[in-house]
Structure formats: structure tokens, C-alpha cells
Design a protein around this ligand. Structure first.
Ligand SMILES: *Cc1c(COP(=O)(O)O)cnc(C)c1O
Length: 378
């Protein structure tokens, strides 16, 4: 086991005292050789499990060919990934970067340029990342306070309250920014009627509708994009977490019917569209097929039902394999108790456990996880 205080690393994280050295599927091994069942998946990132063979093979093959040339030139994996995402969206163009926050930064710049307006309407309790722009549209005062002043012209409305959104949107609004399921904020699902109201308000006021699918995208909620289930297509969306199964990649995807906005010289990322990350992401897109998505919907619903029966669980929320359980004890205590039993779970709030298992997790593994979690909750 490792020690908590060590190494010249800035203390921006409250890390758990464990060092992982190997992963395979839904399992992780620490430096003492102990095995853990992983229901965190690198925070909804390793969606196909650790070391997924198809993703690993694609990344390996690309490592042997070419790692980086910059966006001065074209590369095949980047073009192939853009094509796959466009096909899934129903016609769209991609800008590639390396993280969720960067994808949000691209979205904010795109929305301002494309609309010629300054205003952003986001939601209370939302999470869009830690860079100054992304933090400016994150509706969690505690995360923002120490870094103000942030971007001006940002307003916040309440999730699932169309009247609150209507009051915030006006002639200066460049875009409405919504997570189809608020992830970090506690796994709160945006109801289809609310997303439809956001779509209507955007159309009425000439504001663009942007969905932050950094956490919900790439199959996490049981459809490739979470908007598909609600049937509300945004003008643009952001992706990152699960897109390359753990290699860094982010994406702003702008639908073909939306204004293009950005022109050469407006925005850039040196590492964006990295060939290895894009090759891995292409493999991810190919693995996340209709069969896997149907499995996520069915198993996610079953897992939610079973979670609700565990001792000390007072409520269960979420969609697909993005689930939260409200618990009677501080969630951190449950996380520690679970880890001691060889199970990794996450949190999204003081008394909220967050479960984001691999979309590929086996039935027996899910069963085992529930047994261990029940023990940890006792
Ligand atoms: C994690 C997350 C982000 C930020 O992504 P980073 O890669 O950490 O910058 C943005 N939006 C949502 C919805 C997220 O879940």
C-alpha cells in the first residue's frame, strides 16, 4: 500500500490511499496485488472496461504508424472519427481537443461567434469543467467562489423548470447549455419535456441549444447520445469522457443545420485530434453498437431496481449505466467500506453514491458488485 502524503504533486485532489498498477475488463489490481471490482471506470471514462481488446489493438496499431503531426495537416484516424460521429448524429462536423472542459470552451466560443451574442444560459447544479470559461457556466457556487470574477453574461436556470429557463433566455442569449443527465451534480435526469422546452425557447429567441454530453455520451445512458432517448436534437454537443475509453480526447460536434460559426484562425488545439486517441475512439464507436446499447438499457434498469432494495438506500436516479443511489450515511464512508471489500464506487454529493460501471460489465460481476455494496452499506 502507498502512503497518502508523498511525491511532489499539487494537492488538488483528495486521493484515496491506493495505487493501481493493472486493469482488465471491470477489474483493477493495486500495487499489493489486491483485486477490485471497478464501478467507477475512471469516472465514466473507461466505458468498455480496462484494456478492451479492440480499442487496445487500434491504439497499438496507430502507435506503430504515427503519433502526432499537428492540425497543419490531415490524419486518417481524425477524419475517420469525425465521420463516425457525424453519422451517429445525423450530419455534423467535429472539432477535436483533449478534455471535457476544452470541448466546453470550444462550444462557448462557437456559440458566441455563430450567434453574434454574448449570453450563456446554463443550469444550477450543473458541471462543465474547471477551466475559467467552463467554470463560468458551472452552476455550483462553491466551486466558483475562489476564482471570481468569471465570465460575464452568464445566467442560471433551474433543471426541469421550463419557466425558470424562459425567464433566463433573451435576445442576448448565444446558447442554452444543458447536461441531458447532470453527472457531477448528483445524477439528475433532464426530463424530455424540459429538453423540448429548451429546444423551443432556443428556436423562439434565436439561441443555440448545446448539450454537454461529456459524461452522458458514447452509450453511457443506453443510447449513443443521450439526446436520442428524449428525441430532442441539439444544435451542438460536447463529448469527452468515454469517447476513447481512457485516452485523452474531447470533441465539439456541430450539427449540419446549425451555423458553422468558427473560421480558420478562430480556435485551435495543438494536440487535438491526436491520431492514437482518435484511432482508439473509432474502435470505441464501432464497439458501441445497437446490441451493446440495448444491453445497457436493460441492465441499467435492472441495476437501478436492485440498488433500490439495498439497506440504507433511500432513492435511486439515473439512466442506463449512469446511476446514483442516495444513502443514509456519508457517501465517503460507503466508498471506503466498499474499497476495503474490493469494490470501487464513486460519489456525486455528500450522501450520493455514483455508479458508472463499464457498459460491458458481465451479469455475474454486477451481481457480485451488489453483494459487496450491500455489505459496505450495512
Ligand atoms: C467531466 C465533465 C466535464 C469536464 O471534463 P474534463 O475532461 O474533466 O475537463 C465537463 N462536462 C461534464 C458533463 C462532465 O461530466
Amino acid at each position: 500500500m502507498s502512503t497518502a502524503l508523498r511525491e511532489p504533486v499539487l494537492r488538488t485532489y483528495a486521493r484515496q490511499d491506493v495505487t493501481f498498477v493493472r486493469g482488465e475488463g471491470s477489474w483493477l489490481w493495486d500495487d499489493a496485488g489486491r483485486r477490485y471490482l471497478d464501478l467507477v471506470g475512471g469516472i465514466a471514462v473507461v466505458g468498455l472496461g480496462h484494456g478492451h481488446p479492440a480499442v487496445r489493438a487500434a491504439a497499438h496499431a496507430q502507435l506503430d504508424e504515427l503519433w502526432h503531426v499537428s492540425n497543419l495537416y490531415w490524419t486518417k484516424p481524425m477524419e475517420a472519427l469525425a465521420q463516425r460521429l457525424s453519422d451517429r448524429f445525423g450530419g455534423a462536423s467535429a472539432f477535436f481537443c483533449n478534455s471535457g472542459a476544452e470541448a466546453i470552451e470550444a462550444a462557448l466560443k462557437w456559440a458566441r461567434k455563430a450567434s453574434g451574442r454574448p449570453g450563456i444560459v446554463a443550469l444550477e447544479n450543473s458541471f462543465h469543467g474547471r477551466t475559467l470559461g467552463a467554470l463560468s457556466v458551472t452552476g455550483q457556487p462553491a466551486k466558483r467562489a475562489a476564482f471570481e470574477p468569471l465570465l460575464p453574461a452568464v445566467g442560471f436556470a433551474r433543471l426541469n423548470e421550463p419557466d425558470s429557463l424562459a425567464a433566463a433566455v433573451g435576445p442576448d442569449t448565444a446558447c442554452i447549455l444543458v447536461e441531458p443527465v447532470q453527472g457531477e451534480g448528483g445524477v439528475h435526469v433532464a426530463e424530455p419535456h424540459f429538453l423540448a422546452a429548451a429546444r423551443d425557447l432556443g428556436d423562439e429567441h434565436g439561441a443555440l441549444l448545446v448539450f454537454d454530453e461529456v459524461q452522458t455520451g458514447v452509450g453511457r445512458t443506453g443510447t449513443f447520445f443521450a439526446w436520442e432517448e428524449a428525441g430532442v436534437r441539439p444544435d451542438a454537443l460536447t463529448l469527452a469522457k468515454g469517447l476513447a475509453n481512457g485516452l485523452p480526447v474531447g470533441c465539439l460536434l456541430v450539427g449540419d443545420s446549425a451555423p458553422t460559426g468558427l473560421e480558420p484562425g478562430d480556435h485551435a488545439s495543438t494536440f487535438g485530434g491526436n491520431p492514437v486517441a482518435c484511432a482508439a475512439a473509432c474502435a470505441v464507436c464501432d464497439v458501441v453498437d445497437d446490441v451493446l446499447l440495448a444491453r445497457v438499457r436493460a441492465h441499467g434498469a435492472a441495476l437501478a431496481r436492485q440498488l433500490a432494495t439495498l439497506p440504507g438506500v433511500t432513492a435511486v436516479r439515473g439512466r442506463g449505466f449512469l446511476l446514483a443511489a442516495e444513502v443514509e450515511r456519508p457517501a465517503g464512508e460507503v466508498v471506503d467500506a466498499a474499497r476495503e471489500r474490493g469494490l470501487l464506487v464513486g460519489t456525486a454529493g455528500e450522501r450520493t453514491l455514483r455508479l458508472t460501471p463499464a457498459l460491458t460489465m458481465g451479469d455475474d460481476e454486477l451481481e457480485q458488485a451488489l453483494v459487496l455494496l450491500a455489505e459496505a452499506l450495512r
